[in-house]
Design a protein around this ligand. Structure first.
Ligand code: ADE
Length: 246
């Protein structure tokens, strides 16, 4: 979201804007590492186009997605972080010709995220979330009840729907019991990265429980909490990379 990108751009000393396909790609450095920062835009097609431009025009060596998601599995609560191990499109269904969820002609329904980047993101998240007040301030901790945020590793599911009813959330949980959280882009970017043989990783801050209360003050949460998490985790992860990559 815009709020998350603005927080990243504020930490990039030398960003240059390059406009491709109606998107602003910000080329520069973050924590001394060369990066291209961009809004994925919302939905699977938009995110797939953004990923393709990153790979084709900018030749990036990996894509790391930061954003928000709705919690599905019990215990995946607002303010927690999910780092994907694999990603699936929950609205892909070409059955009975292909098994439900399988991407036709690929023979795959689950796309693996890069384990090394995911492990590194989860490790920095564990450290950072130990003291949420240091990251977001005591007021946001109270406002959003961020008492002891947790870091989860597992399946992220994506579809072209904002899940905002308890009935739909329950149906997804029944159909995909190991899904931790739902969002609208990750699995499409993972599919593009799979096609190109480039590592992909995704971290999502849980902004809602994908239920009847999921409309909440989304934008306020993104500004006050998720954008700070994204910046802290991406920044801390980049600073663990060897300098020669820069
Ligand atoms: N991103 C954040 N919350 C979401 C939800 N409930 N459904 C889909 N995408 C989301």
């Amino acid at each position: 979201m815009h709020e998350e990108l603005s927080a990243l751009l504020a930490q990039m000393p030398d960003e240059q804007r390059v406009r491709v396909a109606g998107r602003d790609f910000w080329v520069g450095h973050l924590q001394g590492q060369p990066v291209v920062a961009v809004l994925s835009r919302i939905g699977k097609v938009a995110a797939a186009v953004t990923a393709t431009v990153l790979l084709e025009r900018f030749g990036v060596r990996a894509i790391v997605f930061a954003g928000v998601a709705g919690g599905l599995a019990p215990g995946v609560n607002m303010g927690d972080v999910v780092v994907a191990t694999d990603l699936l499109q929950h609205d892909m269904d070409a059955s009975p010709i292909f098994p439900k969820y399988e991407v036709p002609l690929m023979g795959l329904s689950r796309f693996a995220a890069d384990a090394a980047i995911g492990d590194a993101l989860a490790a920095v998240a564990e450290g950072t979330l130990r003291d949420p007040a240091a990251l977001v301030g005591p007021q946001a901790v109270d406002e959003f009840g961020l008492r002891a945020p947790k870091v989860h590793r597992g399946l992220l599911i994506s579809g072209d729907r904002f899940v905002s009813t308890t009935a739909e959330s329950m149906a997804l949980q029944r159909a995909l019991p190991d899904a931790l959280a739902v969002e609208m882009e990750g699995a499409s970017m993972a599919q593009v990265c799979h096609d190109y043989g480039v590592p992909f990783a995704a971290m999502r801050t849980i902004s809602d429980r994908a239920d009847d209360a999921a409309h909440g003050d989304f934008s306020r949460f993104v500004i006050a909490v998720a954008s700070r998490y994204s910046l802290a985790l991406i920044g801390a992860w980049l600073s663990t990379l060897p300098a020669e990559l820069g």
